[in-house]
Design a binder for this molecule. Structure first.
Ligand SMILES: Nc1ncnc2c1ncn2[C@@H]1O[C@H](COP(=O)(O)OP(=O)(O)OP(=O)(O)O)[C@@H](O)[C@H]1O
Ligand SMILES: [Mg+2]
Length: 295
């Protein structure tokens, strides 16, 4: 078993939680345990959760803690292996061939300088310096998921012109999904899995105080209460943590410019709800929600 904790000097979930906090990421015990186990066992970490609960940010913070650069592969419908692995720089290959031809020289057009590395190849070649984030895999299609499964099984890829390239140590890989569709069972099995919940009010409060600038504890508490209420409404887009942080900042800004308290929250609602139907749904309730949140 590749015990990675020795490399990074993190000996327990608790130590990881503390290191993440120093990187401005507040993880709860379950998340830091899952992340610690993934690192220690050399397995990919699969994070699922609603939009804005901190999946991408967790990967960034883990890369920061490990002192590695983050290679982010943003998935989308139709993403293919070329976008994930490598491409040949065709125009440069053609130019080099033409120049070599003019001087009567031969040239290897499959040299490194013509190879455009994409995140997965970059991670295989520099596993000790990088963290690979495969973000929002649920947006990709089943073929790409199957390809991913193969990659995660042996951390090896084959470039026909160059042969096989494999990682000399197990890379750190983090996958995220918003669960817009179910991921394949086989993919889940390869990973350490964690479902990120919306934070507890206490933790969201601490996140706002840490991430937002110039916000009073009272304003942060009101935001946490109001956002908690909004998350129980049947909205198309529930507010995430980023929206909570921004709401606290935006309302504070209006308040500094002379707007009274509940009104400052109401006027800045556009940083929290970004869907016309949601705004219409919430309009008759917002006064009550804000009044209760302030109480
Ligand atoms: N645990 C946390 N500690 C500190 N900040 C957090 C935490 N979780 C989320 N945030 C803040 O919330 C923002 C949104 O988080 P992030 O982009 O990671 O969400 P996500 O789950 O990837 O959302 P999406 O599904 O929309 O991509 C971050 O930029 C960060 O400011
Ligand atoms: Mg994200």
């Amino acid at each position: 078993m590749a015990v990675r904790q020795k490399i990074v000097g993190i000996g327990s979930p608790r130590e990881l939680e503390e290191a993440l906090r120093a990187a401005y990421y507040l993880a709860d015990d379950e998340l830091s345990t899952a992340a610690y186990l993934a690192l220690a066992l050399g397995k990919p970490l699969l994070l699922e959760g609603a939009p804005g609960v901190g999946k991408t940010e967790a990967a960034k913070a883990i890369a920061g803690v490990l002192g590695r650069s983050l290679l982010r592969l943003q998935c989308y419908e139709g993403i293919d292996a070329a976008a994930a692995l490598y491409e040949w720089n065709f125009p440069r290959q053609m130019l080099a061939l033409r120049q070599a031809g003019a001087y009567g020289e031969t040239i290897d057009i499959y040299r490194d300088e013509f190879l455009i590395e994409r995140p997965m190849l970059a991670c295989l070649r520099r596993p000790h310096e990088t963290v690979l984030l495969i973000d929002e895999i649920d947006r990709s299609d089943h073929e790409f998921e199957a390809f991913l499964l193969e990659f995660l099984s042996d951390f090896q890829i084959s470039i026909p012109e160059r042969g096989a390239i494999s990682a000399y140590e197990r890379p750190v890989v983090i996958l995220t999904s918003n669960r817009t569709r179910e991921l394949h069972e086989a993919l889940r099995r390869r990973c350490v899995y964690h479902w990120i919940e919306y934070p507890s009010p206490e933790r969201e409060m601490r996140i706002i105080m840490m991430r937002a600038s110039g916000v009073s504890e009272r304003a942060a508490r009101a935001v946490v209460a109001a956002v908690g209420r909004l998350r129980r409404e049947p909205l198309a887009k529930l507010p995430g943590i980023a929206e909570a942080v921004e709401w606290a900042e935006a309302a504070t800004l209006l308040n500094e410019q002379g707007e009274r308290w509940p009104e400052a929250f109401r006027r800045s609602i556009g940083v929290v709800l970004k869907d016309e139907d949601d705004l219409v749904h919430i309009a008759p309730r917002i006064e009550t929600i804000l009044a209760e949140a302030q109480a």
